[in-house]
Design a protein around this ligand. Sequence first.
Ligand code: NAD
Length: 307
Amino acid sequence: MDIAILGAGAMGSLFGGLLAEAGHRVTLVDIDDAHLGAIRSEGLRVTTDAGSRVIGDLCVCRPDEAETAPELLIVFTKTQHTDAALASAQALLGSRTAVLSLQNGLGNVERIARYVPRERVMVGMTTWPADKSAPAQVSSHGAGEIRLMSADGDMHEHVRRAAEALNSAGLNCIADPHVWSAIWQKVAFNAALNSLCALTQCTVGELSNVPDGEALTLKIVAEVAAVARASGIAFDEAHVVDTVRHALAHHRAHRPSMLQDVLAGRQTEIEAINGAVVAAARAAGVAVPCTECLLQLVRLVDARGSH
Ligand code: NAD
């Protein structure tokens, strides 16, 4: 399959590398010249539980250099960069190109549907983790999964083809009619842990140093659950609470991406996570005081980074 990845950082490079390794023709499209240059000259080093290897069979380019439209375009920029990335990569959007977002947060369909008809947009979530330690070097440990579906809910041929390609790369993908439950449940997890860590600069484990930390995470999960249900989404709150408690106990040293962004002076994805929950809460008439307060505080942190 001809596949392009728009936003080839930690996740995009991992997915692109594994898809190329499985025999697909993959182009990594990014604006990070150091990363692109290192892949061009040395290949992409991918380290997973299966070992560390260099994948040389990858095309790389900047968005404005892309010339041919792939069958599948996977968007893996941070959510606040989706618009700019798609606007500058028009050549990637052919009349048959299907576009998949596995980015975190809400609003990904709406952002992509400004550029591609909605029936060719696919959305989902993934629990695969990825880190980029240096240009052309990515790693991922442990197991993960992908759930995806077309934005219009129909089981199009391109949904089946995308899932098949991702499975061929060992990425454990299912086409899931209940994908919005999975997306909202991950949003709840991220709204609780990412924003609290970004604000307090605590690692995940440090959130349980005082009882208030865990209590606050669970309050946010309950708020997001209430918004999801009021918006017609089935939400398994007990499952999310278990996942949050597991992270607090077992991923103690983890710094969520939002904290990493704050520490590096980059903008966070707060608008797509807490911001989108607060907007949906207003529309549904649900009060979300903790989620909203965290949104306002992380906005202040973000603004400090950009001034
Ligand atoms: P990242 O910052 O490592 O990668 C994003 C890439 O997008 C960067 O290489 C950046 O240069 C590129 N980019 C920015 N603007 C661009 C533009 N205009 N055109 C082309 N490329 C551009 O981020 P990541 O960790 O890979 O996360 C990507 C998405 O996946 C986010 O929504 C994140 O929340 C989600 N996610 C991440 C993980 C993880 O473990 N890293 C897990 C699940 C989901």
